[in-house]
Each structure stands twice: as C-alpha cells, then as structure tokens.
Design a binder for this molecule. Structure first.
Ligand SMILES: [Fe+2]
Length: 336
C-alpha cells in the first residue's frame, strides 16, 4: 500500500518538476527577420544559457496571428524591422512593457519606447543613392523635389514602410502642407511609377533610367557583395542626406515582448542578449546594419562609407505622423 503510494507520488513529482523544468528552458520567437541573420544569434544564446529558442518565421501577418491566438499565443518575443510595425503591435495591444535596465541603458533614448513596449536592436540609414555620372553631390531629402532632377528620380512604393517612415519624418520637420507639396514635386520628378525593391532602384540607375534613388544603407553592402549586383552598386555613390542640417533619417530593427508571453523570464533574457556586445557584433557583420549599442564596431565595408549625422528626433515622435504620412501619400497619388 505504502509502496504503491510512494511510487505514484514519485511519478507525479517527476512529471511536475520534469515538465516545468523543460518548459522554463525555452523561448518562442515570431520573426520577420530572416533565418540567416537570427539563427546564429539564437545558437549563441542557447549555448550560453541552455534556453532553447523556437522560431516561427513569417513575411507578413504577425499582428493578425497574435490577435487571433489571443491569450493562448505561444509567442514570447517579436522580432521585426521598421518602427511602424512595432508601433502597430503596440497600438493593437499585442505587446507588454519590459522594465530592464540592461535594455534601457544599452539603447539610446530616441530608439526605445517611452513606455518600454519596444526596443531597437539595430539602425539603418535611409540613404540617397546617386549616379556617379552626376559627380559628387551634397543632397537633402528636400532636394528630391528639385526641378533639376525632373524625370531622374526612382523609388519604391509609397506604401512601403520605409517610404512611410521617411514621409513621417518630413512631416515632423516641416509640417503637413510643406510635405504634401514636396511629395507632389517628388512624384513629378519620378522616372517611372514607384515599384520594386531598394536594390531595383540602383539597378535602374545602372540602366540609366534615373540618377537618384532612395535606399537603406545595408543594401549597398549587399549589392557590393553580390556577383550580379556589384555592377549596379559600382555605378552609384551612397549619400548621407541632410548632413548640414538635421541629419539623415534613421529607421530600426527592433524587438517587443508579446502580451501573453508564457516564458517572460526567458524572453527578457533573450532580449537582453540581443543587445550584448557579441550579438550586436553579429548583427553588424552578418547584415551590415549599424549596431544599436555604442562601442560595437560596424563592418569594415560599412565603415568605409564614413560616419554620418543622424536625425536626433525620437522615433516615437516620427511614428506619430505615420497615419498622416499615409494620407498625404494618398493625396499626392504617389503610386499612381
Ligand atoms: Fe530591408
């Protein structure tokens, strides 16, 4: 009798402790960031902590999926590029605040949420690429509206988050009226309807379809390292805009903790790992982004483009203009 009870108790204890020990050693990630970039980071994290990382990779639909799953969602942390996606997750009440001195001290104030609901992990500049045939130029975003570039500007869609964020920053700087006028003039200068990726615009410069395009900084490195695309990149200069005034427009990749994260402690540990020096170095080397943490070197190639002045406005302030930016892009019929 006693023996039987003891065995039952033993089995019960084994399952309770055994199961909870395993469950506490994992963390679930929903990621818009690609496997080649984040898998080496997670491998290092698991080696250091013993915490297993389960990842769901996606290209879209993260907010919808989280909303559908509600409090039964297995997601602990959410990885994405672009401030607007992070703000969207917060606006839809899908994330929770993380109070971590490790995060708040490693990340400059302008690149983290005031309410601790999102944190930047890397930055990227919205550069202006210019054809070498123009010679060296000194350019501001405002100049994209200049008549001298009539029919010579190429860009991706006005609906893309990178464009929307830039337009939002123009509203922050100049207000709605100026920005709408600017958008109309930029549209007037376009060589073709907005289309394709940032890299496709540089290809168009190579094909002499245009002379000027907008593109994120890391794409310059990616093109230079690609056998086929190197000839495109060789045709352009990478310009850091607005260096004599407010500085270049910066966007981020970032992280947030899911509202119903089942593994809060492990999730915070992973978030803190992502701003550690080794993780930041991996971001810089693997994807040629700018590390968010000071004192971590950029890749050699990125360093060769020189240093730059960044717009000091907090991203949170820029993101407030996101809806207005979409409205103005619509009014300017930018994509039509
Ligand atoms: Fe990108």
């Amino acid at each position: 009798m006693f023996k039987k009870l003891f065995i039952t108790l033993f089995i019960a204890l084994f399952f309770i402790t055994g199961f909870s020990a395993n469950a506490s050693e994992e963390v679930n990630v929903y990621s818009y960031r690609q496997p080649f970039l984040v898998e080496p980071l997670f491998t290092q994290f698991t080696e250091q902590t013993g915490i297993k990382v389960n990842v769901v990779f996606a290209k879209e639909g993260m907010a919808e999926r989280l909303a559908r799953e509600g409090k039964y969602s297995p997601a602990d942390i959410l990885l994405t590029t672009d401030i607007s996606r992070l703000i969207e997750l917060r606006d839809k009440d899908l994330v929770q605040a993380v109070n971590s001195s490790v995060l708040s001290s490693a990340i400059p104030k302008q690149y983290q949420a005031q309410d601790n609901t999102w944190f930047a992990l890397t930055t990227r500049v919205r550069n202006i690429y210019s054809a070498k045939r123009l010679g060296k130029i000194d350019i501001n975003y405002e100049d994209l509206a200049d008549e001298k570039y009539k029919g010579r500007v190429c860009t991706r869609s006005g609906k893309h988050p990178y464009t929307v964020a830039l337009v939002a920053s123009m509203i922050s700087e100049h207000g709605e009226t100026y920005t709408l006028d600017w958008l109309k003039k930029v549209k007037n200068n376009l060589a073709r309807k907005p289309q394709g990726s940032d890299r496709a615009q540089v290809q168009a410069i190579h094909q002499n379809l245009c002379d000027i395009s907008l593109g994120n900084s890391y794409y310059f490195g990616k093109m230079l390292k690609d056998d086929k695309q190197k000839v495109w990149a060789d045709e352009v200069y990478i310009n850091f805009p607005n260096q004599k005034n407010r500085g270049a427009h910066i966007n981020i990749s970032g992280v947030a903790m899911a509202k119903y994260a089942p593994n809060v402690k492990n999730a915070q540990a992973l978030m803190e790992f992502l701003v550690s020096k080794p993780a930041q170095a991996l971001y810089a080397q693997t994807n040629m982004e700018y590390p968010i943490r000071e004192g971590v070197a950029v890749s050699k190639l990125v360093a060769s483009w020189g240093s730059y002045k960044a717009d000091a406005l907090p991203l949170e302030d820029i993101a407030k203009n996101r809806k207005t930016a979409l409205k103005l892009l619509d009014q300017a019929q930018f994509d039509l």
